[in-house]
Ligand binder design. Structure first.
Ligand SMILES: [Zn+2]
Length: 400
């Protein structure tokens, strides 16, 4: 496989997380053991510095009818409101038409509608797109691509894409299509998980089959420039444990901000685009596995019960890479009722509802470790009862 961004053949293995099932599909008991597994390997491109997966699970398997709703998460909705206000203030004078790629249930576009923008969404999931339309958000139920973009027959002042840019298997046609429907002075707002922060925080559980590509500013700009676009501004946001909100336009249409240049300099100074950084990352991940297994085995040998706190999708990467099963962690305690009675893919640890836990375990193993502060604050009562909280990964305090 050549590099997904620059077509180079100079790819080298950085991190091998083994054979893993698709982490988004929690299993009915009768499905356990039959779930397909796919290689989960991160390779690094020596030419454009893009970390990426070398195996692609078909997008129809992953996104044909996903059930993730961005409107459900309060924090996320607040975040998109803030982005909408920022875009409105800074770029509203250009004109107020917006296209949202991967528009989900229309959460982002609703905030733009509130600010009197003319909105259009593109969403591949049928049930999610229908939900958006029912709520008054015009939405096209398709995968965003060049022919459908041209068929829209119009251009937009602003194009927004959040958390979809690294999902895309057909990266180049999509980037091409963005350029095609962006007005000459228009702004492409692209939000993505920041790989520099993932590496610094050892957030290797953000690596899963849906995330084919991982971005720093350097390789994102490489991609955009191939298609006549470029970043002219960017800022760090703590959302999703560390993201970048980038502002791009047609190459040369806007002058680069000092803020962008400072972020890029910090990225280079941290070695975020060097292969050696990824090799070190892999070494730290391996060490975390040894420490975690030693801890879990020791507590079990002491006769203690261990429950997982939360059953986040990303937790499955961690459990499966560590090789943890119900012998070490008895159940995963979760709030999302859609996962009631199901088993975590690969590890086959049963999911139970928070309200059904009558007495706490000796140890809570916190899969949503990125919410450490909040979790410790909310569970003061359990801490006082002597319940031990174990965090599989301990991120750096300062993510900026
Ligand atoms: Zn490359």
């Amino acid at each position: 496989m050549p590099c997904r961004v620059c077509d180079s053949e100079r790819l080298e293995l950085a991190l091998d997380l083994g054979q893993q099932p698709w982490c988004n599909h929690f299993l009915k008991p009768e499905e356990a053991g039959a779930e397909p597994r796919y290689p989960l390997r991160l390779v690094y491109c020596h030419d454009c510095a893009t970390p990426q997966l070398d195996h692609t699970v078909a997008k129809e398997v992953m996104f044909g009818d996903h059930t993730y709703l961005s409107g459900v998460t309060r924090t996320l909705s607040d975040h998109f409101r803030e982005v909408a206000r920022e875009v409105d203030q800074r770029f509203g004078h250009l004109g107020r038409t917006i296209l949202d790629i991967g528009s989900n249930d229309g959460t982002t576009l609703r905030h733009f509608q509130d600010l009197s923008w003319d909105v259009l969404g593109v969403e591949s999931s049928r049930s999610v797109a229908r939900r958006a339309v029912e709520q008054g958000i015009p939405t096209v139920n398709e995968f965003f691509a060049l022919p459908m973009a041209r068929a829209l027959g119009r251009r937009f002042d602003v194009i927004h894409a959040s958390g979809v840019f690294f999902h895309l298997e057909e990266l180049h046609p999509v980037t091409e299509a963005i350029r095609e429907v962006l007005r000459p002075d228009g702004v492409f707002v692209v939000e993505f998980l920041y790989m520099k922060t993932i590496v610094e925080n050892l957030a290797f559980d953000q690596i899963y089959h849906e995330h084919l590509l991982y971005y720093n500013l350097a390789n994102l700009r490489h991609l955009l420039r191939r298609h006549g676009l470029d970043l002219f501004d960017a800022r760090f946001s703590p959302i999703h444990g560390g993201s970048i909100i980038g502002f791009a336009g047609h190459a040369g249409a806007h002058s680069p901000s000092e803020r962008l240049q400072a972020l890029q300099a910090a990225e280079d100074a941290a070695g975020a685009n060097r292969f050696q950084t990824y090799l070190d990352f892999a070494g730290r991940v391996e060490k975390a596995r040894e420490e975690n297994l030693a801890f879990l085995r020791q507590r079990r040998a002491e006769g203690k019960t261990i429950f997982g706190m939360g059953a986040p999708v990303k937790g499955n990467t961690l459990l499966n890479y560590f090789g943890v099963g119900p012998d070490l962690i008895q159940v995963l305690v979760e709030k999302n009722p859609m996962r009631r009675g199901l088993l975590a893919p690969g590890s086959h640890i049963p999911v139970v509802m928070e309200g059904d836990v009558t007495s706490p375990p000796d140890v809570y193993y916190v899969l949503a470790w990125n919410f450490k502060k909040e979790i410790l604050k909310n569970h003061q009562d359990l801490l006082e009862q002597g319940v031990e909280f174990y965090f599989p990964v301990n991120p750096k305090e300062d993510n900026a």
